[in-house]
Write a protein that binds this ligand. Structure first.
Ligand SMILES: NC(=O)c1ccc[n+]([C@@H]2O[C@H](COP(=O)([O-])OP(=O)(O)OC[C@H]3O[C@@H](n4cnc5c(N)ncnc54)[C@H](O)[C@@H]3O)[C@@H](O)[C@H]2O)c1
Length: 322
């Protein structure tokens, strides 16, 4: 079974590739290695994946339809895990165009090729941000999601709607996975855990929006991967073969508590600058994981203390701090 993983140099793409490679699957990984964050991290992830013989990396941009078409043909792709996208809520405030190009046009190319090559299952990344400021906690997949607060969320919600129509008309089995704040080793430098750790270690001030009162359903990377893995061979069998699942932890925490856990693990206090709520940010996320639990027996097992500890060990080792 050959699986195409888009965004293979990314945080989640790296870990799902690694897991599938360790299970002896053949992985074709693509990524444009853009400079949204330190490219060295992306290159190092790919370097690690190249230790597996059944891994092939090709640098491609989602916008290059012709190159993608050749790749689908050449490698006889039948399964796609689409993770490549412009991620991040805050960056979308100043750069909506990049989100439109990568997340809408790029996704359209993936849909078109899924149709052309009769993909058996297209799994693609959506986000908890689609819930906006919904107040019905925990957030269920059936909740209304037509009021995104950021353009990032709007692009991801658009992906869900586009996929639904392709599943209906062309019978392409597709699954949207709404990830909830993913963290862990080799994670993203633009996200809280990485940024806070870096700032604390360098004695720099941390900008804490909404005075740290945000509540997030922080989900450890291994739990995300276990959810994704369980879904690959479970495309929807319904007349419209489309489905959506939350993949979260189900145990949300205040951002300030997350920060305190980082301080504890670093054995060092943060310098905090409290700031008001940032435009586009949702106040609280809390995943209802009953649906994915019922369907594929998914559970999230990692406590934030444990996950943060593993991250900090990785961080110290990666930057040779010990
Ligand atoms: N990490 C989270 O907490 C989180 C939460 C919700 C949703 N998501 C979604 O999950 C997916 C993976 O997220 P991640 O945290 O691994 O992010 P990431 O930024 O580490 O990975 C995305 C990868 O896609 C690549 N990419 C972007 N645009 C591309 C293009 N046009 N062509 C080819 N490659 C391109 C980037 O270079 C990057 O390596 C994304 O779709 C993201 O929106 C992530």
């Amino acid at each position: 079974m050959k699986i195409l993983i888009t965004g293979a140099a990314g945080f989640i793409g790296y870990f799902i590739s690694k897991k599938l490679l360790s299970l002896n699957k053949t992985i074709i990984g693509i990524d444009n290695l853009n400079e949204y964050y330190d490219v060295k991290i992306k290159k190092d992830r790919i370097k690690n994946l190249k230790n597996y013989n059944n891994f092939q990396f090709i640098k491609i941009d989602l916008g290059d339809f012709k190159k993608l078409d050749n790749l689908f043909k050449k490698y006889k792709i039948r399964y796609v895990i689409h993770l490549a996208a412009q991620a991040g809520v805050r960056y979308s405030i100043k750069n909506p165009n990049i989100y439109f190009k990568n997340n809408i046009e790029g996704f359209f190319n993936i849909l078109e090729l899924s149709r052309k090559y009769k993909i058996k299952h297209l799994i693609f990344a959506s986000t908890s941000s689609v819930y906006g400021n919904s107040k019905e906690f925990p957030l269920k997949e059936s909740e209304n999601t037509d009021k995104p607060l950021s353009f990032y969320a709007a692009t991801k919600k658009s992906n869900e709607i586009m996929a639904h129509s392709y599943s209906n008309i062309y019978k392409i089995p597709s699954t949207a996975v709404r990830f909830f704040t993913v963290y862990g080793p080799f994670g993203r430098p633009d996200m809280a855990l990485f940024k806070f750790t870096n700032k604390i270690l360098n004695n720099k001030e941390i900008n804490l929006f909404n005075n740290g009162k945000h509540i997030r359903d922080f989900t450890y990377i291994d739990d995300i991967i276990s959810g994704l893995l369980r879904l690959i061979n479970r495309p929807s069998k319904k007349t419209i073969p489309y489905q959506v699942y939350n993949i979260g932890n189900g145990n949300p925490q205040k951002l300030i508590k997350y920060l305190r856990a980082i301080e504890k693990n670093l054995n060092k206090k943060a310098k905090i600058k409290n700031l008001p709520l940032q435009k586009g940010d949702v106040i609280k996320t809390h995943a209802d994981i009953k649906l994915i639990n019922k369907k594929v027996n998914y559970n999230s097992n990692t406590e934030i203390d444990e996950g943060i500890k593993i991250f900090i060990k990785w961080y110290r080792n990666y930057y040779n701090l010990d």
